[in-house]
Design a protein around this ligand. Sequence first.
Ligand SMILES: [Zn+2]
Length: 89
Amino acid sequence: MNNAGSGYKNTPPWYGGKLTIGPVIENGCKCQKCGRLYKIDFLIPADLWEEIKPFGKSVGAGLLCGICIIKAIEKLIDDYDAFEILKIT
Ligand SMILES: [Zn+2]
């Protein structure tokens, strides 16, 4: 198989079309809003998550980095608010 210009050294022999491989993330997740790789999950109340989750995701689904979570929450509030980080595991 000719792989010239494909960017991939080893195209699977069973593959016949355009090859699409997502980014390899060795340790962490990729934010579905900004694309940033992150290593800390923020566990937030389900009802709040439904208001800020990435567009088009089903109930309870989606991945956001801490920065995008905070930005989304800031858009929901009119005044100052505070959240407490209870622990890092
Ligand atoms: Zn993000």
